[in-house]
Design a protein around this ligand. Structure first.
Ligand code: AHR
Length: 500
């Protein structure tokens, strides 16, 4: 039961854009309020942001955070969230039927992000609003001063421009659930004109057009084509969103979710390149996978008839070892497509389908999925190397025949470090890997092999047992006499093997 592949620094796919390790903070449930922000918490700073959560965000290693939505942004008046907090309106948020107090808004969020060294990715409302509100927000955030909107920011206590570089032109505008849902033609025109005006304010910004909300949308493929036909010259990225869950006990397919993500990426790349070919354009549109994760959405359907509440507990999924292996596999997939995927955001950051959980005024802890993300962000940088695996296959009801081993290798040319990320999708058997080391990395030694696995594939971390599931050092990983890396991966496991 052995999977084999070759590691050769000459087989390069592309560089890892650090923005692949993005996350997402939406005004939804308890992501912002009692998540990152909780003035009553003993560790809160002067602005009310939790110190314990800030520490976990640093440890997670995310470098980019998308804000403020999500579906929330499609009804959001950003002006409600700036200026004196006591004067801010309480609004009914239609996306999640919640009361939005606006205690946290643009300046608070961007101040928090800056303090943590995070690059923001801001979304504008193209649901209920349009060009004017979008270009005003860019002016408020990025213009140095001497104009009405930039001077208002200065009056609000922020003298230096925020310099937000990356902007989403709305969110999931193809979805009938979206406030202000549009056809591809309606959205494409609006996104092109809003983007143009935003760039007229600040020519240095980069823009993301909405792709489909997921690959099962009836308009998938035609939506991407029509939107890009209208926005090609204005935008830099096209978005993808995908959430995975286990259906009807079909764990084999769930563990193969990366195979779906991989095909989805290829389909969107093909569609974008088709539009490029027809236009005779030079530039390639890159992808922003700005929402991805495991989400037990089927369970949420029952909760969807929401009572109107302030800071409700929404979709606070608790993640298992299996979920961590799937998240690891999705990370591997994103990295393998680093030539076209430039931005990716694990959705979301705290409490709402998140790697970090908190209790109001109380504890915070790492979910199982925290670990693969933090380890990849820390160790998998530099250049992605191509790996063609031969070895055991698994038959899955949804995605057909998939490799038991899901893997990607990165090579950091500055440090020389080589990192193998690997998931064993087999639920019963350990998987042996043998990777021949070629070229500059022949002769490398094993630094460590960290593994996240458990005899109980459903084991989770909770407030009472926050470290029930953590990565551990694996033993036995070595270089063979033929100069190959050899390791054994337990069933349903996430592995980080470092060589130097
Ligand atoms: O992340 C939760 C929600 O999922 C987002 O608001 C929306 O964009 C997506 O449907």
């Amino acid at each position: 039961h052995t999977a084999r592949f070759v590691i050769d620094p000459e087989f390069s796919v592309g560089d890892v854009d650090p923005r692949l390790y993005g996350t997402f903070v939406e005004h939804m449930g308890r992501c912002v309020y009692t998540g990152i922000h909780d003035p009553e918490h003993p560790t809160a700073d002067a602005a009310g942001f939790r110190g314990d959560v800030a520490d976990l965000v640093r440890e997670l290693g995310t470098g980019l955070v998308r804000y403020p939505g999500g579906n929330f942004v499609s009804g959001y008046h950003w002006e409600d969230g700036v200026g004196p907090v006591s004067e801010r309106p309480r609004r009914l948020d239609l996306a999640w039927r919640s009361i939005e107090t606006n205690h946290v808004g643009t300046n608070e969020f961007l101040g928090w992000a800056k303090q943590l060294g995070l690059d923001p990715m801001m979304a504008v409302n193209l649901g209920t609003r349009g060009i004017d509100a979008a270009r005003a927000l860019v002016e408020y955030c990025n213009h140095p001063g001497g104009t009405a909107w930039s001077d208002l920011r200065i009056k609000h206590g922020v003298s230096d421009p925020h310099g937000v570089k990356l902007w989403c032109l709305g969110n999931e505008m193809d979805g009938p659930w979206q406030t202000g849902h549009k056809s591809a033609t309606e959205y494409g025109r609006l996104a092109a004109e809003a983007g143009k005006a935003m760039r007229q304010v600040d020519p240095s910004i980069e823009l993301v057009a909405c792709g489909s909300s997921n690959s099962r949308m009836p308009t998938f493929g035609t939506w991407e084509r029509e939107v890009l036909e209208q926005t090609y010259d204005e935008v830099d990225y096209l978005s993808l969103h995908a959430y995975y869950e286990e259906f009807d006990g079909d764990r084999a397919s769930f563990l193969a979710s990366g195979a779906h993500m991989d095909q989805y990426i290829r389909d969107v790349v093909s569609t974008a390149d088709h539009v490029r070919a027809v236009r005779g354009a030079k530039k390639h549109i890159k992808l922003s996978f700005d929402e991805w994760n495991v989400w037990y959405a089927a369970r949420f359907v029952g909760e969807r008839n929401l009572e109107t509440a302030e800071t409700p507990r929404l979709i606070e999924d608790t993640y298992s070892v299996t979920d961590a292996a799937v998240v690891g596999s999705l990370l591997i997939t994103l990295l393998r497509n680093a030539d076209r995927v430039a931005v990716a955001c694990l959705a979301q950051l705290v409490n709402v389908i998140a790697p970090i959980r908190t209790e109001p005024g109380g504890a915070s802890w790492r979910q199982t999925i925290f670990h693969p993300f933090a380890q990849a962000a820390r160790f998998a940088g530099g250049r992605v190397l191509r790996t063609d695996v031969t070895g055991p296959r698994i038959e899955t009801p949804r995605y057909g025949d998939v490799s038991a081993l899901d893997t990607v290798v990165t090579h950091d040319e500055e440090t020389g470090g080589l990192t193998v990320l690997a998931v064993n999708r087999d639920q019963e058997q350990p998987l042996r890997i043998e990777a021949a080391l070629r070229g500059d990395v022949a002769g490398y030694r094993v630094v460590e092999h960290l593994v996240l696995a458990d005899e109980d594939h459903d084991a989770v971390n909770t407030e009472a047992q926050p470290d029930r599931v953590v990565p551990r050092q694996a033993s036995g990983t070595h270089i063979t006499t033929e100069g190959a890396l050899a390791a054994e991966l337990p069933p349903v496991s996430w592995n980080v093997i470092r060589l130097a």
